[in-house]
Every structure is written in structure tokens, then in C-alpha cells.
Design a protein around this ligand. Sequence first.
Ligand code: DHE
Length: 533
Amino acid sequence: MKKVFYWLLAFLLVVPFSLVTVSSSEATPKLSKAEMEKAKKIYFNYCGGCHGSLRRGATGPNITPEGLKKRKRTPEVIKTIITFGTPGGMPSWKDRLKPEEIALMVKYLQVEPPAPPEMSLADMKETWKVIVPPQKRPSKPQHNRNWQNFFGVVLRDAGKVAIVDGDTKELVSIANTGFAVHILRASASGRYFYSIGRDGKVTMIDLWMKKPAKVAEVKVCTEARSVDVSKYKGYEDKLAVVGCYWPPHFVILDGQTLEPLKIVSTRSYTYDTNEYHPEPRVASIVASHFSPEWVINVKETGYVWLVNYSDIKNLNITMLEAERFLHDGGWDATKRYFMVAANARNKMVAVDTKERKVVGIFETGIKPHPGRGANWTDPKYGPVTATPHIGEATIAIWGSDPEGHPQYAWKVVRKWHTLGSGGLFIKTHPKSNHVWVDHPLNTVEKIRQSVCVYRKDKPEAKPNCFRVANHGRVVHFEYNKAGNEVWIAVWDKKGEIVIYDDKTLKEKKRIKGDWVVTPTGHFNVYNTMKDIY
Ligand code: DHE
């Protein structure tokens, strides 16, 4: 009831105010140096990911002073939107920002965005630390644990990554990694985890050490979300690559030491209108299995770049026209086709990494967000891949086997209903009959704490939906190496990792403790290194 009231209030306030034009004579507010610093920090922590460092928009709309004026967003409207959110996906910030902080952000958004600093290779090298040089690292595992079944758990607000033994469920070690780690990726051999923080710091953790620990780190951006490694035969564990949000570039690093080797700017022209964009951010990156190439998704210009890493002095990049606002994605079951969400365009794009071209662009629903997606064989449509949506309560399922089932390829063949919008991740395993989906961005507490499980063999059957916790947001899934357990994070200060038996859907264990602070993404070594999902 309270929620409905807030929505109504937001609607009543937004609509009439949106008809009011901001007078051009309205003075731009002035911010003191301290206010400016505080507002910049809040913007970086909460807003930049969706609206961009220069506020020109991507997942969220353009919120430059000019963009706001164009859409008739008066200070009162801005305040209402920040406070209560919008049905389009903007969250409500009233529980996370104090009223005076919201008032500050309303002022801040009316002044021109300050451009964050650029970064050179020399700047990066100043931050580069090799804690354990490659020659001093063990040549075989220094413990008897089943390290390929380790889980790397992001402890987001603690700026740490926990290594948990997937067999015994014991905490093995914790590494300090930097501010708000976003994701982990495993090296081709699986022995290293690479983490990337929102602050652009990449960290390398050696899982063969007696107590797995950080062996190298470097900061190559001021804001980042993606990291991957060279996986093609002959290049295993040789190179790493970080995709930055700011500065808009990617950086190639030595895979053993993290020495930054080369910066490549993504500033360029949009694929469709050929307009210059000063901030094309690097979204997801995957390593091709067909050639020594990374698939690098450039968000704002809408290009998929195939970057050949076999000769980085004479770098060869193929730019595929795709769709604007590329975000997250993953492989099909054969690891030939990479499918990435163009989330603000409600579409998925399929790239054939063997033929090195875009083979499909299709609508799925409002703001698809697959994570790395999920692959299985549908009884009627053959091999399929799926995504949940941020903006609607559905899972879209499309054919992803153009050779065996060309009639269904890159077409949505089924839609499953979820409990609500705000879905971020979907997961399965080749050995499982189940497909799991979450709703962490839903505005209703009970829904964002619940997951749904669907059956592959009975795609028409009602899903089994249940509440995982009565606190926090329930987010992200990962299977263990055997494919018979599912690990789920409960994301808040008193976080938990809840483990289910995948066959019976019975809870097996809750990992709790002082150290389980804001767990978000969690990654099994074997499944991450082999791209199993
Ligand atoms: Fe993510 C993946 C960007 C918010 C948890 N997130 C990604 C990827 C990108 C991205 C580009 C793909 C990386 C790759 O595959 O190389 N995420 C962004 C944002 O820009 C956004 C929308 C806003 C922001 O300010 O960061 C955002 N993401 C979130 C969250 O709020 C989540 C739930 C918690 C957090 O850390 O802030 C979150 N994102 C994740 C996770 C993955 C991810 C766990 C990896 C999924 C996987 O299974 O690979």
C-alpha cells in the first residue's frame, strides 16, 4: 500500500512538473568545493554506471543540464525522480541518500559535468605492483584442496574477494582487491582469478598458493567493469585485458605480472548516425575460442570490436556494426556465438566468432540483462539461450543453433513469466534440468528476495518460486564444478551465501559470518575458466 502511494505521488509530481518549462533565466546553482567533491563521489558511486561519467546517458537517460532541460526536468522533478525512482528502471534512492544529499545531487545535476582525468601508461605504471613475481610462485598447488571447485566471492562494499572451498564450504582466504569489485574471471589454466573493481583496479589472485593471495595489481582506469584473459591455444595465461568506463579505453596487460602494455581508446563515432561520442565505454569482454581475439563491446557507439591479440604492436581490430548500448553477454553452448544485450534498445545481438560477423539482432523485451546467459536444449526448439529483463517480468528464450535449427535461430521462441521486473541473472549447467532466475532490482522486498526455478524438460510447467532470504537482495547464481549445487548471494551488510541442491531444490547450507559483507557475484573456477553456463 505504501509503495503504491509513493508511485502515485511520483507520478502525480513528475507528470505535471514535466509540463513546466525551465526558465532560461533560472540561475545555475553554485556549489562549494566541498559540496562539489561530495556530489562527484555520490555520482560516481551511484549514478555514473547507468548515466555515464559525462552524463550523456546509456542504460539511463541523458542527464546533462541541457538534456534535463530538453526533457523539462525542473529541480522539483529531479528531486522526485531521485527520491522515488521511476517505473522505467531508475531505483528509488530515499533509503540510500539522505534528504540533504538528494538536494545536493539536484544542484549538482544542474551544473556542467566535470570531465574526469585522462590516464597515461606512465600513470598506470605508478600504481603497478608485483607482490609475488612469477618465478617465485609455486609450480604446483601448495594445498590438497580441489582448487578447480573454489568459488571467488565478491565482497562488494568491503573491497575484498573471498576464496571459498566448494567441496568443504570453508573460507580459504580473503584478498584485498580495491573498491567495489564488479566481476572475477579465471585465467585459461584456472590457476589465477582476475578481479576488476569499479575504481579500475585489477587484481590477480594465485589459487595455487598455500593461502591463495594477491600476486599483482594495477589501476588502469578511474572507472571499470570488465576484465578477461587470452584463452586461445598457445596464449593461455599470457595476456589480460581491462575494459574501462572512464577513460573510455581498454588496456592490454601482461597476464603474469599485470604490467600495462598498451592503451587503446574507444572514442569514436556511433555506428548508425556516425556522430562523434566522447565517452564510448567498454562493457563486456570475452575471449574467442576460434582465434586469438577478444570480443570487446563498445557501449555507446554500438560496435563489437574483434581485437586480435597475436601482435599487439600492430594491433588488428575489426569493428562490427551491432546496436547501441551494448552491455553484458555470453556464449552459446558451442562457444562459437557470442550474444550481447543492447539493453537500452531492448535487443540482443549475436556475433559469430568463427565467421567474425554479426548474425542476428532481435528484440527480447524491456532491458534484457543476461549476465552471461543460460544455454540448454528445449524439447521443441533445440539448443536455446535466454535472458531475464530489468524492465519486465519475463525471460526471453531464443534459438541459438543456426546450423541444426536455422528456423529458430535468433528468434524468440518462448517467454517465461517471472515474479516481477528487475531480473539480472539467469543460470543453468549442462548436467542440470533446471534454469534459475533472480529479481534483485524489483521494488517489492519479497520479490527481490525470491528466485524462480524452471524445468528444461517441461518448459510449459509452472516454475517453482521461493524466498531465499528475508533481508537484502538475492542476486546471481553459480553452479559448483559437478553441476549439482547452486550458490546464491544475499546482498547486504549481513550477507549470506545460500547453497541449494540443484536436483531437490532443498537448501544445503548457509554460509554466514563477519566476513560475508555485501556478497554479489560469485564465480566457480572450473565453470568460469571453461565458460560453462
Ligand atoms: Fe554489473 C557484469 C556493468 C550494476 C553485478 N556489469 C557486468 C558487465 C558489465 C556491467 C559491463 C559485464 C562484464 C563482462 O562480462 O565482461 N553493472 C554494470 C553497470 O554499468 C551497472 C548497470 C551500474 C553500475 O553502476 O555498475 C551494473 N552489476 C551492477 C549491480 O548493481 C550488481 C548487481 C552489483 C554490483 O557489483 O554493483 C552488478 N555485474 C554484476 C555481476 C556481473 C556483472 C555479478 C557478472 C555476471 C556474470 O555471471 O558474469
